[in-house]
Write a protein that binds this ligand. Structure first.
Ligand SMILES: [Zn+2]
Length: 286
């Protein structure tokens, strides 16, 4: 809402009543499931514009009167996430060279326990899910190292499940609209990648979700198709990780200026185009 600075003259009773009515209307719209968002440009104060004591504007939903102007009503974090900013970290590759990369760590207000979140596979409430978590925020020596030293760091979460368990499209926190298939094929074994538009920090951002090591890809899943929440993408398997049946789930933020619709295959996991993000920032809470 508008900031008021300096001494404020007392409000006339009819103005107070009108302000109270507007506030009640705003609160009522806040309580509804998903009010329409109408953005109204606030008018810059000018010498010719009436003061705050002037006639109150009749404002559309999502805006409050400020004198004769309408100011967009900020709904805060109720249906909008915070901006997620990338940080730099380094790891040492197998040749001993230090490699610098970007990643988006878990935000402090998001629970650390993976069991607090929903996943694209069915999970029981008290089930211990994750065998390998996101570790790109950790010190080099604390990052996961595979059988080959080249496998340093883990930009996703590995969830163990029975072979054949359905993997279903899961909407992200603060997602707007449906997800879209960006890629279905070889990447981390057989992989389905979906893109999701999320409202964060006052703007829309694109994210991609990689579902890796699938046993198979569901019929009809192909690049460009829209997928509704809960639609099956494939089944849990061990392609590309033979003998280790699990879902590799990785979420990546699409960089500014990159058109997610133009990305396919390895480009979707390319650090120059997308940035790995701790999935706990975007998975919905149970
Ligand atoms: Zn993994």
């Amino acid at each position: 809402m508008a900031k008021v600075s300096g001494p404020v003259p007392p409000l006339a009773p009819h103005v107070r009543a009108a302000l109270a009515a507007a506030l009640l209307a705003a609160l009522a719209s806040l309580g509804s499931a998903r009010p329409k968002r109408v953005l109204v440009e606030p008018r810059a104060p000018s010498a010719s514009s009436p003061s705050a004591m002037g006639p109150l504007a009749v404002c559309p939903p999502g805006a409050l009167p400020d004198g004769d102007a309408c100011v967009p009503f900020r709904r805060g974090d109720l249906d909008e996430g915070k901006a997620l900013l990338a940080e730099r970290n380094t790891h040492t590759d197998k040749r001993g060279r230090s490699q610098s990369y970007e990643q988006i760590p878990r935000q402090p207000d998001r629970p650390a326990a993976y069991e607090a979140y929903l996943f694209p596979i069915p999970t029981a409430p008290d089930e211990k899910l994750v065998v390998g978590g996101y570790d790109l925020h950790r010190d080099d020596q604390d990052q996961r190292r595979g059988a080959h030293l080249s496998a340093v760091g883990h930009g996703g979460v590995d969830v163990v499940a029975r072979r054949g368990t359905p993997v279903r499209s899961l909407p992200l926190e603060h997602q707007e609209g449906d997800a879209e298939i960006r890629y279905a094929g070889a990447l981390f074994g057989q992989t389905v990648v979906t893109s999701h538009t999320v409202r964060q920090g006052g703007r829309l951002r694109d994210y991609v979700v990689l579902h890796g090591h699938l046993d198979g890809i569901a019929r009809g899943v192909a690049a460009g198709r829209v997928v509704k929440a809960g639609e099956q993408l494939g089944e849990v398997g061990d392609t590309g990780s033979e003998g280790l049946v699990h879902l590799h789930l990785e979420i990546r933020q699409v960089r500014d200026g990159v058109d997610v619709r133009a990305l396919s295959g390895h480009d979707l996991a390319d650090n120059a185009r997308t940035v790995p993000v701790d999935p706990r920032n975007l998975l919905p809470l149970r």
